[in-house]
Write a protein that binds this ligand. Structure first.
Ligand SMILES: [Mg+2]
Length: 160
């Protein structure tokens, strides 16, 4: 079960105190997009996330976006952010996360992955030896049958 266990859990990214990254020796932060930084398929950052993200960048942390969603979605979302992005990332596998690390020259132990899905973001982070941070999904908007199924599994795992 430990591969499904997030290292840390917050309600929303904005509740993460950025000193935590320093304490954990994190230098590189990989974000999921949908329901983590924005509502599902919404091109705009969720309320308060822009200011929080700015403080993260100002503090010198390197950030990137790794999403299972399609390229058009990821590029539209990233238009005003200009991060390195990977779409169709095939999380819970961790090979795309590792590609992002290689691209920027960071090690797993200095990397944290932040996302809303245990069976995608958290599992990929744990498999890749990175710090895993779970946030609650921003909206209940319908994300398709597969995600609905994963969410039911997540509830089962969390209640255990
Ligand atoms: Mg997500």
């Amino acid at each position: 079960m430990s591969i499904l266990q997030p290292d840390l859990h917050f309600k929303n990214v904005t509740e993460i105190n950025i000193d935590l990254f320093k304490e954990k020796n994190i230098k590189f932060i990989i974000f999921d997009i949908d329901n983590t930084l924005a509502e599902f398929n919404n091109p705009d950052l969720y309320d308060g996330v822009k200011a929080w993200l700015d403080s993260v960048l100002d503090a010198g942390f390197k950030c990137c976006l790794v999403s299972n969603n399609c390229r058009t979605r990821v590029e539209e979302f990233n238009k005003n952010l200009g991060f390195y992005t990977i779409s169709r990332a095939a999380k819970p596998f961790s090979f795309m996360l590792k590609r992002a690390l290689r691209k920027h020259g960071y090690k797993p132990e200095n990397t944290c992955v932040i996302g809303d899905q245990i069976f995608s973001d958290i599992m990929a982070a744990n498999l890749g030896g990175m710090l895993s941070i779970l946030v609650d999904p921003l909206s209940d908007a319908y994300e398709g049958k597969f995600v609905e199924f994963k969410r039911k599994l997540e509830k089962f795992v969390i209640t255990r």
